[in-house]
Each structure stands twice: as C-alpha cells, then as structure tokens.
Write a protein that binds this ligand. Structure first.
Ligand SMILES: [Zn+2]
Length: 278
C-alpha cells in the first residue's frame, strides 16, 4: 500500500493549498473583489502578507493566531477551511485512488466547503461556485457516471435508450433541475402565502449544482438532511441566544452545503439502506 499512502499524503497537501485559495474566494467573492490580484492583504490593517506568513495552517500556528502586521486576531476559519479541505481530499483519494472519480468529488467538496462559509459569514452563495459548479458537474457527467436512475426511468417510458455516457448527462440534468425546481416552487409558494421571503435564489442555484454532481437522489438526500438539521439547530440557536424568531436569518445554505458533503460521502450507502427498507 505505499502508493496509496503516498497518493493520500499528496491529496492532503493539495487540499491545504486549495483550502488556502478557498479562503481567498470566501473573503473576496462576496465583496465582488478579484481572487487573482492584488496579493493577500491583512483584512484588518490591509498591509500585504509575506509568503512565509501565508503558509496553510503552519503560519496560523506559528503566529499564535494573530497577524504579524497589526497583532489582530486571524479568523479561525482560515486554518479550519484548510484542514477540512485537506482532510476530505485525503479521505476521497484514500477511498477512490488517483482517479477521475476522486477528482470529481474533491472539486465538489471544495466548492461546498467554500459555500458553507460564505453563507455563514455573509449570507451569500456566490454564483462563481453555484452556477460555475453546476457547469463543472455537468462537464464531469459523461466521464464519471452519475449514480442515478431518474432519467433512465423517465426515458424508458418513452422507449428511449441512450449510451451510458449520455444517460449520465441526462441524470446530471435531471439532478440539476428537479430538486432545485421543487425548492424554488416551495420558496415561491411560501412567499405567496406568507408574504415574506423564505429562501434565497442562491440556495436554489446551489441545489442545481449539487444535483448536477450527485443526481436526483443525492440532491433529495441533501435537501431532506439539510432542512432537518437547519431547522433543528436553527431553533436551538434562536432559543439559546434569545434571537427574534421573525427577523433572524438562518444561513440555510451552510446546512445544505454540509448536507451535500454528507450526501456525497455517505449517500450511496444511505440510499442503499433506505431502498432495502421499502
Ligand atoms: Zn494586520
């Protein structure tokens, strides 16, 4: 197993670097800033950050969680995002090896980690990840087959048969349209009858991205677990911090993104278990 261990180690290091880039996206995209230029600045005092103070996780530990420039606290989100990304990349490559399938899940999880934190911090789900991610998921679908049967079931009613690759593209499209469309309809009805906004369009676009990667069943699993976790934890949080139930804005996208990571990692097992119950 030395090759597998080496590949896993490489995936971990790559995950640290990608996580570091995600931190830049999490800060800049909700503010409509470029992620290419200028170079990294301290978000507090705006002084440029030297490369040796910008090494994933390590610099945070060496600096004791404070900026060298102004001594202000560096958000714990920086090392957290780097470690989360590295941990998931290592886990995925350990499970799937250096394959295109592993690449697909690493790309998906990286975008979901970023979305978790942009929604938590800014209540924004940037189009770069949601709409961009939807296209990436669709682009992967002919090469890494989407594990679903919805398009297959619908098309076979009309006696239509595609090759595996094209069927996978059809599953990806169904996965992008059906659960996101249901969520959009639910939000629209809520707004019609309760006369207040129930959920943002960002959540709908993110669900389209998740469905393009995971298919209809994976996206439904995401919706169900994300909504359950969101409402449970949301209510506990509102009660515990004595927030106003009517005006508090739950970062629903954060819960959906976490649920999508769960669906990507454990989804096939959960779906198998649930199908066996029926
Ligand atoms: Zn500073």
């Amino acid at each position: 197993m030395p090759e597998a261990a080496l590949a896993t180690g490489l995936a971990f290091v790559l995950g640290l670097l990608i996580g570091s880039f995600l931190n830049v996206c999490i800060y800049r995209w909700p503010r409509d800033l470029s992620v290419v230029a200028p170079r990294s600045h301290c978000p507090t005092c705006e002084k440029p950050i030297a490369w040796y103070d910008n090494i994933p996780v390590l610099s945070y530990v060496m600096l004791g969680g404070r900026g060298r420039c102004c001594g202000k606290r560096i958000s714990f989100r920086y090392p957290l995002v780097e470690l989360l990304t590295a941990g998931f990349f290592a886990w995925i490559v350990w499970q799937l090896g250096l394959t295109l399938g592993a690449a697909k899940f690493c790309v998906l999880v990286a975008m979901l980690i970023a979305l978790m934190f942009t929604d938590l911090e800014e209540l924004i789900l940037p189009d770069e990840f949601t709409l961009g991610g939807w296209l990436v998921g669709l682009a992967f679908s002919p090469f890494v087959l989407v594990p679903d049967i919805t398009a297959h079931a619908v098309l076979s009613v009309f006696g239509i048969q595609f090759s595996d690759r094209w069927m996978s593209v059809a599953e990806s499209l169904c996965g992008a349209l059906l659960p996101a469309g249901t969520l959009w309809l639910g939000g629209w009805l809520f707004e019609k009858f309760r006369h207040k906004e129930g959920l943002g369009l960002g959540d709908v676009k993110m669900m389209a991205m998740v469905g393009a990667f995971l298919g209809v069943r994976g996206a439904l699993l995401t919706l169900i677990t994300g909504s359950l976790a969101g409402s449970l934890i949301g209510i506990v949080y509102i009660k515990a911090t004595k927030q106003d139930m009517g005006s508090y804005q739950l970062p629903f996208g954060t819960f959906l993104a976490a649920a999508a990571i769960f669906a990507a990692m454990a989804g096939p097992k959960v779906i198998e278990w649930y199908s066996a119950l029926l």
